[in-house]
Design a protein. Structure first.
Ligand code: F0G
Length: 345
């Protein structure tokens, strides 16, 4: 049977407007992959929740199916969002499916190429804003407050209802909640949603470990960052909308929110691709950089069961994947030359 998408898979837990038509691309049901190399390195059992396997290549689809179902049911004709790229790709695709217009506000020059390509392909109206994500979100919120257009950022509470399903899927596969759950944190909607998801599911509670990029770590330093900077553009957020939700997740679970450097993020990014066979975008690797950090400094006890969300697909950001690629030498059409190039002889 085809996976029905999160709304139908968890129908008893996701409230919908009366008579709503479900807008779905069959999101969710993503693989939980055993990470053998990471488990060896950390002395724990590490599993990767591979959210790049969602229809538009990121976890945003879980929230977007619910947000778009509500928007369509309300009779509105257009949706709007601010985005570092993935929310806009997801909004564009689900709006296309629903027959709604999508407007996406993105920080000029700071969105990965694959994400821009998705917004273009799905016919979204793309507005490049001369500012960062936080400026885009403020602008989108004000526009939605004054004009007939629905905001589909995670400040729209129905988005987080959808994103809780990832925690439920993990419990369903493992037979219980993990001891620790690690994930990257940007605007902080996802850590908020996971914690709510675990809290409602009665399968035990993990400690929530959130990781921000060191140049964009407002939750770690305790105040907004005016000019956030990181190679992980998806989490280049200086003033997270779900600030309180993230702190609640951290404190109620007895977890932590820490920062990882761009170097640590890139090292984890390469390790995932080269040793686990899992290609993610840089922001996603923040969770794995974090696991390695807390395992090394003793904050992750050996023998733990760890779930680590990798939030978006590596193809989203081809530029980072190709960093450091030198000229590829052409090889003559000759098996001997191929063998020579491969150093088999
Ligand atoms: N990982 C990826 C790949 C993301 O795109 C985001 C957020 C996060 C992690 C962080 O999740 O914001 O819930 O804490 N991207 C948003 C966007 C900001 O516009 O696509 P969060």
């Amino acid at each position: 049977m085809t996976w029905p998408g999160i709304i139908r898979a968890y129908a008893d837990r996701i409230p919908l407007p009366e008579g709503a038509e479900v807008v779905t691309l069959h999101e969710g049901g993503t693989p939980l992959v055993e990470a053998k190399h990471l488990s060896q390195l950390t002395g724990s059992s590490v599993y990767l929740k591979v959210e790049g396997m969602n229809p538009t290549g990121s976890f945003k689809d879980r929230g977007m199916t619910v947000a778009m179902t509500y928007a369509l049911a309300s009779g509105i004709k257009a949706v709007i969002c601010a985005s570092t790229g993935n929310t806009s790709a997801s909004a564009a695709a689900y709006a296309a499916k629903a027959g709604l217009m999508a407007a996406v506000l993105v920080p000029s020059g700071k969105i990965a190429l694959g994400k821009l390509a998705q917004a273009v392909a799905h016919g979204a109206k793309i507005l490049q804003i001369d500012g960062n994500f936080d400026d885009c979100l403020e602008l989108a919120s004000k526009t939605a407050a004054e004009y007939p257009v629905t905001l589909v950022n995670s400040v729209n509470p129905v988005r987080l209802i959808g994103q809780k399903t990832a925690a439920w899927e993990i419990c369903d596969v493992l037979g219980r909640a993990p001891d620790f759950h690690c994930l990257p944190v940007g605007n902080a909607g996802n850590i908020t949603a996971y914690w709510r998801g675990y809290s409602e599911y009665d399968q035990g509670l993990p400690k929530m470990f959130g990781f921000q990029a060191a140049g964009a770590a407002p939750l770690v330093i305790g105040e907004p960052v005016l000019n956030p900077e990181t190679i992980a553009t998806a989490i280049r957020v200086g003033s997270p909308a779900s600030w309180t939700g993230a702190i609640t997740a951290r404190d109620e679970s007895g977890g932590l929110i820490d920062a990882v450097t761009d170097e640590e993020i890139l090292a984890a990014y390469r390790l995932l691709a080269l040793r686990e066979g899992v290609f993610v975008e840089p922001a996603s690797a923040a969770s794995v950089a974090g696991v390695l950090k807390v395992a090394a400094d003793g904050r992750l006890p050996a023998g733990s069961l760890v779930a680590c969300t990798v939030t978006g697909h590596g193809l989203k950001d081809p530029d980072t994947a190709l960093l450091g690629l030198t000229e590829v030498e052409p090889v003559p059409v000759d098996p001997g030359a191929v063998a020579h190039a491969l150093e088999l002889v």
